[in-house]
Design a protein around this ligand. Structure first.
Ligand code: FAD
Ligand code: FES
Length: 274
């Protein structure tokens, strides 16, 4: 018998529900075989037996230690296979890994959140946390964008957030249909309608690289300081825990030093938006 713990051994996590969020995005609700805790913005490695492993940021509340949710966009080998599984199948999870959102730096401030596509997954987990501590923030505004109305995810959650005092949600789509009553255009246009004092605010950006780039530039135009803009960076990963070097971003390991970075930490690193 070895005394060494195998850090790659996953915990069994039966899937107890699967929700269709959009044609390409599903949420998997898991009940890990023992209590599993994480801080908002940290990520986990998820194994689908026989197919492989991929990193995902939990989309559920970090305060719920009983169930764990991930929201997955179908994009390649493992995610395609994940979309085919049925309720009752068992996934493996390991983690949590990385550095999540520094909530203590948000206290007393206005929080502006800019999200696009499946980037709403970590943001939903963050919002659950912000709602649970809502008296500690001046105001919380979520600006969310998707390609079209059918790709807008978490519709019931958005309506719940709209009922919370001092929380506002604005949404835009690139292409509207006849039933869409909100904004049309890229997500950054939503920032044009928001009155915010950037001197007492922080911003969180999560979404596709192009949206993160233009979202960050727009926030800077509005007067946000680089150290007050928090970005969730994604890189191809393997070990997830600082051993293999697959996830290097300049001198950083995204899996260990991130995935959440403030813009001032990474602004001089080449190729951060690819
Ligand atoms: C910290 C972290 C958190 C993440 N959270 C989520 C989440 O909550 N929901 C979600 O849907 N996805 C999330 N992702 C992305 C997810 O891990 C990838 O989509 C997944 O690994 C793709 O695996 P695959 O086998 O299906 O695709 P593959 O067949 O491996 O690849 C398909 C294509 O996607 C590219 N690709 C793979 N991984 C990434 C990546 N991380 N960034 C950019 N391009 C990539 C490949 O180069 C290839 O072109 C996260 C990634 C990271 C690093
Ligand atoms: S994924 Fe292995 S070092 Fe980051």
């Amino acid at each position: 018998m070895s005394d060494f713990e195998n850090i790659y051994r996953p915990l069994k996590a039966p899937v107890i529900d699967i929700l269709d969020e959009s044609p390409l995005i599903k949420t998997f609700v898991m009940k890990p075989e023992s209590e599993f805790t994480f801080k908002t913005g940290e990520f986990i490695e998820v194994t689908l037996n026989g197919y492989g492993e991929a990193p995902f940021t939990p989309s559920s509340s970090p305060l719920n230690h009983d169930q764990l949710e991930i929201t997955v966009m179908k994009t390649g080998y493992v995610t395609d296979k994940l979309h085919e599984i049925k309720k009752g199948e068992v996934l493996g999870i390991r983690g949590p890994y990385g550095r999540g959102y520094p909530l203590d730096k948000f206290y007393g401030k206005e929080v502006i959140i800019l999200g696009g596509g499946c980037g709403f997954a970590p943001i939903r987990s963050l919002m659950y946390n912000l709602i649970a501590e809502k008296d500690k923030f001046k105001k919380v505004t979520l600006c969310y964008g998707a390609k079209n109305p059918s790709e807008c995810i978490y519709k019931p959650f958005v309506e719940e957030v709209r009922q919370v005092d001092n929380f506002e949600v604005y949404r835009s789509v690139d292409h509207a249909d006849g039933n869409w009553g909100e904004k049309v255009g890229v997500v950054t246009i939503l920032l044009d309608d928001i009155k915010v004092n950037p001197k007492n605010a922080v911003a969180v950006v999560c979404g596709p690289p192009i949206m993160m780039k233009f979202g960050t530039f727009k926030l800077k135009e509005l007067g946000f300081k680089d150290e007050d803009i928090y970005l969730s960076m994604e890189k191809n990963m393997s070990c997830g825990c600082g051993k293999c070097g697959h996830c290097m971003l300049g001198d950083y390991f995204v899996c260990k030093d991130g995935p959440v970075f403030s813009f001032d930490e990474i602004r001089d690193t080449p190729d951060i938006w690819t």
